[in-house]
Design a protein around this ligand. Structure first.
Ligand code: PXG
Length: 458
């Protein structure tokens, strides 16, 4: 049964304005503009309270990877809620869904991952990971190794630890940021002065890690944490030289390597994890979002043997955990999500079929007069808006080209996100070829509208 179906769109908007504080939202501004009320979804489409059908080019928020309306996931949740809606896994208790999911996750991750710790979200996974990293170094008698290095413009969540580790200046300016965290530049070639080749730039930006380690002292550095491809920061795809150099540096200095797989994990790049795609061997991997296809909230940390063996052999009790660590219904949905990915070969589909299909079409957008670069790996892509696609001159910040384009997109039935003047997309793995064509046609049309609107304004 839908909730209070009889309210009109404007009633919902008014109640929303009065009572509901949204994430990352300016409420004065929202109060004037009003929210778009999304009422239902099916396949790769969402529907709003006015009946508009909108192609979801963001899979919700990078999570509904197997698409909306999945009866198998709904059944997995309801069956589990009926059988055992909740029990904790503190005090030497466990239940079949959390144990079974643990087994499955250790099977789909690289062989050195044999243990998992559950959380309720990506941010909680990051907090868990940081506490684990510090605990590890204490247990191996190097307690002075405390500093965690992350990257500018990274997004790792918005709890105190998540916001601290994230490299987002506006978040840091609002205070409450932890110590023992340092940031280095991101491997954003298009955003650089482009005086280096992409390959040289990849090595150069990876070596920023080495320079930072030398500056801080290797004996003070605990870990390096990075998204395989930065998501919320604008789909920053590193040059192919980047990750091998990062791996070398972490190995040489003995520091832990952590990949934040909250977006890249569970198939987004056409491989199970970003670490698989780039051929790196992280010690820990954080995950959330795609593990349940977004149907219920679940996150966690995959613990590699280097850390796991020490935690267990020497660690005693780890004073950490959440009420909802390993929640039975979320674990049941995650098990079924992995089943769907395997049964329907959706990750292979991203790698061999819809991924290459959309990538090829996406690349044609580069011909549009206001597109300076297109890039996409698997089903995770971005395009850069520029004033002129030959000189690559960027719009000035005041023109808000990204926001203008994003608004045209949603009003024309396609959700993509704007990060500054970068337009990003991450559609569900079930996107058909026709739906991919629709995405590209709508994108082209909205680029035209954006170009017209901005040339009028200038
Ligand atoms: N790590 C990464 C890589 C993420 O993308 C988190 C951690 C935190 O997850 P939770 O579940 O605590 O939100 C994220 C979340 C955006 C956007 O605008 C991206 C995220 C969240 C909200 C908005 O692209 N990613």
């Amino acid at each position: 049964m839908a909730i209070a179906e009889n309210r009109s769109r404007s009633e919902w908007q008014e109640l929303d304005r009065q009572h509901y504080l949204h994430p990352f939202t300016d409420h004065k501004d929202l109060g004037e503009k009003r929210s778009r009320i999304i009422t239902r979804a099916e396949g790769v489409y969402i529907y709003d309270a006015d009946g508009n059908k909108i192609l979801d080019g963001m899979s919700g928020l990078w999570c509904v990877n197997t698409g909306y309306g999945r009866e198998e996931l709904i059944a997995a949740a309801t069956n589990q809620l009926r059988e055992l809606p909740y029990y904790n896994s503190f005090f030497q208790c466990a239940h079949p869904p959390s144990i079974e999911l643990s087994r499955i996750l250790c099977e789909v991750t690289p062989p050195h991952f044999n243990r998992v710790f559950y959380a309720g979200s990506g941010s909680e996974s990051i907090d868990t990971m940081i506490r684990m990293v510090w605990r590890y170094w204490d247990l191996v008698d190097q307690p002075e190794r405390k500093i965690i290095i992350a990257r500018k413009n990274a997004y790792h969540g918005s709890t105190v630890a998540g916001a601290s580790l994230s490299g987002m200046e506006p978040m840091h300016q609002q205070g409450g940021i932890l110590g023992n965290i340092a940031h280095i530049d991101q491997p954003y070639w298009f955003g650089s002065d482009r005086s280096m080749s992409e390959d040289d730039f990849g090595v150069h930006t990876a070596r920023a890690l080495e320079r930072k380690i030398e500056e801080l002292g290797a004996d003070k550095v605990a870990a390096f944490v990075a998204e395989p491809i930065q998501g919320a920061g604008g789909v920053i795809i590193p040059p192919s030289t980047y990750w091998p150099e990062i791996q070398r540096i972490c190995n040489e200095h003995g520091i832990l390597l952590v990949t934040d797989e909250v977006i890249c994990g569970f198939g987004r790049l056409g491989a199970w994890f970003g670490a698989d795609y780039y051929g790196v061997k992280p010690d820990l991997m954080t995950f959330a979002k795609g593990v349940t296809s977004g149907y219920l909230p679940l996150g966690g940390v995959m613990v590699g043997d280097r850390v796991g063996d020490v935690l267990i052999d020497k660690g005693g009790e780890f004073y950490h955990g959440y009420t909802y660590s390993g929640h039975p219904a979320t674990c049941a949905v995650a098990i079924e999500t992995v089943n769907i990915l395997q049964r329907e070969k959706l990750i292979e589909r991203v790698r061999d079929d819809i991924g290459p299909y959309l990538q090829k079409k996406w690349a044609t957008l580069r011909e549009h007069p206001i597109v300076g670069e297109t890039r996409m790996v698997g089903l995770m892509g971005a395009l850069e808006l520029v004033r002129d696609n030959r000189s690559l001159e960027r719009f000035d910040g005041d023109s808000k080209a990204g926001v203008v384009c994003r608004n045209f997109l949603v009003n024309n039935g396609l959700v993509m996100r704007a990060v500054g003047d970068t337009i990003i997309t991450a559609p569900p793995f079930t996107l058909s070829h026709d739906e991919a064509d629709e995405l590209i046609e709508k994108a082209w049309k909205c680029l035209d509208l954006t170009q017209k609107a901005l040339s009028k304004g200038s």
